[in-house]
Design a protein around this ligand. Structure first.
Ligand SMILES: Cc1cc2nc3c(=O)[nH]c(=O)nc-3n(C[C@H](O)[C@H](O)[C@H](O)COP(=O)(O)OP(=O)(O)OC[C@H]3O[C@@H](n4cnc5c(N)ncnc54)[C@H](O)[C@@H]3O)c2cc1C
Length: 416
């Protein structure tokens, strides 16, 4: 019996490694020349460094991330501050502050001037509770008043990053789940963690080594082009390299491809069909000594600055409005803001701009309703991907949860 995992993004790798751990025979097929999907590292000749397609932040308490890295023996590949802290700078006013939630569930940090959001009153924090009581189908701005210091100076930037769209227009259900898994769990659950030295070293290479050690095949540049089905089962797979696989009765498929590809392969499947972009700027300049690993930036195009040893990289989420702008103009604009935020020379260092047009599905109420579950009408085919119904916005944690859910489903089925 073989499980065919199609797509080697983190959902596919999460599923494949869990299946291999359970002792099942696994064959992974990936269309691209490298694994990792939207989570990949590459050598960029323009900037002269190995960089990630985009900065990725995970949180210390993300359960699926922890389980995945532990499985791969790669738990040491994330770095971040020992204590939960989020430094911010407002480029319009020049103000700087650091939000420092205490580790325990009781959030006494909101009473502390030194740790909380400057200018915030208790009521500004309590107003967020409305999110947790949001009704199904509500937008964030229908569930809570999107205003005040806590919203402007903490929640808006955090939810913009998590939902990857203007959070006012986001699905309250998704924003509430983000709050449940972060603020509601205490600071220890949401210390920022960044893959080090990059995405491939943390999330991709250890998975490929794990699969290789267990005899699982990973074939790159092998695009699934067709699925044959009969009697509500997948019976055959055809690939771009001319290969075709006839499935034995016990064989299974985990389809871990982007939603538009899944819909092409499985006509009639409802999937998210609206997307949001992310723009990342990478600048080859060592950050100033003592610069925080990440800094939130307000009243700017740049939203988050990531300081790596050899480069400074910035993220602009919900970037549909600027995705069409010329690269050099973007690089100049973003660098001017970085220089202001980190007190660096205005001269533009070697740079690269990476645009991901369909970075995530748009985390709106309408799109949330289009997310399918793990199971499909085809008994031996399970879906995985950050766009499936994980309860979370499109994130690494969501992608890995979806992979784990697909693997669990397959394992349960094979034990029947
Ligand atoms: C710039 C950027 C920044 C981000 N920042 C963060 C962040 O800070 N924190 C966070 O948690 N998340 C972040 N995300 C989201 C995160 O990257 C994704 O949620 C996650 O990588 C999705 O993984 P996936 O496996 O679901 O999908 P994908 O990575 O899209 O994987 C799908 C795979 O299927 C392959 N494929 C497609 N068609 C076929 C076919 N026909 N046959 C075989 N293979 C096929 C693709 O090549 C791809 O490798 C970011 C995303 C981007 C783009």
């Amino acid at each position: 019996m073989t499980v065919h995992v199609v797509g080697a993004g983190l959902a596919g790798l999460g599923a494949a490694t869990a299946l291999a751990e359970a002792g099942l025979a696994v064959e992974v097929s990936e269309a691209a020349a490298q694994a990792g999907g939207r989570c990949r590292s590459y050598f960029d000749a323009q900037v002269g460094l190995t960089i990630d397609n985009g900065n990725h932040l995970v949180l210390s308490g993300n359960p699926a991330v922890k389980a995945y890295l532990a499985r791969l023996g790669a738990s040491d590949r994330l770095t971040g501050p020992a204590e939960t802290q989020f430094p911010f700078v407002d480029l319009a006013s020049g103000e700087r502050w650091t939000v420092r939630p205490n580790p325990s569930v009781l959030p006494w940090w909101i009473f502390s001037r030194a740790r909380g959001v400057p200018g915030a009153k208790l009521g500004d924090y309590l107003g967020l509770a409305g999110l947790l009581n949001a009704k199904a189908g509500q937008r964030v701005d229908e569930a809570i008043a999107c205003e005040g210091p806590v919203w402007d100076r903490l929640m808006r930037p955090v939810l913009l990053a998590a939902l990857n769209l203007a959070p006012e227009a986001g699905a309250a259900e998704l924003a509430a789940n983000v709050v449940r898994e972060t603020l509601a769990k205490g600071g220890a659950a949401y210390a920022p963690r960044v893959p080090t030295p990059g995405l491939a070293a943390a999330f991709v290479d250890p998975a490929l080594a794990y699969l290789d050690a267990r005899g699982a095949g990973v074939r790159l540049q092998r695009r699934l082009t067709g699925l044959e089905a009969a009697d509500r089962r997948v019976t055959g797979l055809t690939f771009s390299d001319g290969g075709a696989v006839t499935l034995a009765a016990a064989d299974r498929v985990v389809l871990a491809v982007p939603p538009w590809i899944a819909a092409e392969l499985l006509p009639g499947l409802t999937v998210p069909d609206a997307f949001e972009s992310i723009v990342n700027g990478h600048f080859r300049l060592a950050p100033p000594p003592g610069a925080p690993l990440i800094t939130g930036v307000l009243n700017s195009t740049v939203e988050w600055i990531f300081c790596f040893e050899d480069r400074i990289s910035v993220t602009v989420s919900g970037a549909n409005a600027i995705i069409g702008e010329a690269r050099e103009s973007l690089a100049r604009r973003l660098w001017a803001e970085v220089a202001q935020a980190l007190a660096l020379p205005a001269h533009l260092p070697p740079w690269q701009i990476v645009k991901e047009k369909r970075a995530t599905f748009a985390a709106t109420v309408e799109q949330q309703a289009r997310r399918p579950g793990t199971r499909t009408e085809l008994a031996n085919l399970a879906l995985a991907g950050d766009w499936t119904r994980t309860g979370l916005p499109a994130t690494i944690e969501g992608a890995l949860r979806s992979g784990a859910a697909a693997a669990r489903h397959v394992i349960e089925e094979t034990r029947r």
